[in-house]
Design a protein around this ligand. Sequence first.
Ligand code: SAH
Length: 345
Amino acid sequence: MKPDILSMYENELCEYVLSIGEQKYRSAQLFKWLHSGTGLDGMSNIPKKMREKLAENALIPSVEIEEKHVSEDGTVKYLFRCHDGEFIESVFMTHEYGNTVCVSSQVGCRMGCRFCASTLNGLKRSLAASEMLSQVYTAQNDTGKKVSHIVIMGMGEPFDNYDNVVRFIRLLNSENGMNLSCRHISLSTCGLTEGIKRFADEGLPVTLSVSLHAPTDDQRDAVMPVNRRYPIKELLAACRGYFEKTGRRISFEYALIDGKNNSQEDAATLARLLKSELPGMPVHVNLIPVNPIKERDFKRGDRQATEKFVAELEKRGVNATVRRRLGADINASCGQLRAKKLEQN
Ligand code: SAH
């Protein structure tokens, strides 16, 4: 296997460059080029001979644009092809505060959430740090707009690919790379508590989003199989630990599914749960009217039900917002484009 030089930290790249008989300062040049998303051909201050050596001996696992869908609201959805022919999805979104890329961490997913399109065909493989970076660099170069925020909320479960995801974040963070602050990075997990505990000790002040989606274990078991292994109380205890170590507010995602978890009673139960398990902790609930996928018959409730849900949470002192739907006209929910592509092939 050829070494993946886009996944290397600066010191590792330096060692590699020395090992192929090149001088140390070349590695700084190479690192900058790699992390601006430039291919070997564009690395103008690196001698052709060295570029040829790299082309032959090293791997730069960049993603290529297979499909691109542009929404009326400016959101861009990409179906990317990996070097081995696998497909992944990313979304580019513009907000008042900057531009965000939603990154996939795996090809497919094995968590089995009932409402999610990414998990329909199971897990194919995890992505290397380079392949996560390349989603960002390719979207940035294609749109010509600087990316300021990253959300790891695409296909896959980031804590099921823990080491590569942490490497990805550290590389985003590196001064000679994008130099992106951890405060501009969010990571969403379905609730692998071991991952949350480990991540709390990494010293990376990333915003953690936790996919909760139900106020009781019975309801959560029914939509998220992962709950049988890591039930709600255990999950919330890990969240409390994360807050205590990082001081970062936790955001809970809650997909509103008609007749399953969107009643006023559910909202009251959710508020009581968060208050009792996370006393004094600042939390935010991000409500997402479920995006129906054709393989399942989950429906979103009407606007009134959503408004009542929000009002009930707020009455009980729980901060909540309904997620703005970007790119609804282009199937921007992750997993849908890939599922369609797999069907066609
Ligand atoms: N594996 C991570 C990232 C998944 S995608 C996690 O589970 O958090 C990001 C968010 O979208 C998660 O909260 C996920 O549960 C949610 N999601 C997936 N499919 C959805 C759908 N059809 N409608 C609404 N939200 C969905």
